[in-house]
Write a protein that binds this ligand. Structure first.
Ligand code: ATP
Length: 135
């Protein structure tokens, strides 16, 4: 089965939406195979978002993602990468995420869009190695 790296970002943790996100993952039929709450270091955050370095939102994004605890998880199942991105909805919670998705149901701002999910098998492998080096 395929694996994807999911982050329940600090905004969602602060709003007590960890359970809400995990319920949707499990209800879909995906399986949580690793789960940990932690505050991301700047080093891990910078590696995670390396592709966005130099973009106007990059500094704010790193500040935000390291500002408070998040929940990192490895989620497994058939087509887990695409399945979770469907659950999450588009990056902009108002313009792109459909109602019924996590971002569409709970988000208003692009930076505070509640969750992250790997966007390709290559990203998933890289991100799982970064967040869960022992897996
Ligand atoms: P993620 O990688 O977190 O799953 P994504 O793949 O939907 O999100 P990306 O384009 O990779 O979106 O952007 C990564 C993250 O950077 C977004 O989830 C969001 O938190 C933040 N971000 C992206 N674009 C903007 C923007 N224009 N303004 C503020 N924050 C942004």
């Amino acid at each position: 089965a395929e694996r994807t790296l999911v982050l329940v970002k600090p905004d969602a943790v602060g709003r007590s939406l960890i359970g809400e996100v995990l319920v949707r993952i499990e209800r879909k039929g995906l399986r949580v195979v690793a789960l940990e709450m932690r505050t991301a270091t700047t080093e891990v955050a910078a590696q995670h978002y390396a592709e966005h370095q130099g973009k106007p939102f990059y500094d704010g994004l790193l500040q935000f993602i390291t500002s408070a605890p998040l929940v990192a998880a490895v989620v497994e199942g058939p087509r887990a990468i695409t399945a979770f991105r469907q659950l999450a909805g588009g990056t902009d919670p108002v313009e792109k995420a459909a109602t019924g998705s996590i971002r569409g149901d709970f988000g208003l701002e692009t930076q505070l869009n509640l969750v992250h999910g790997s966007d390709s098998p290559e990203s998933a492998a890289r991100e799982i190695a970064l967040w869960f080096p022992s897996l």
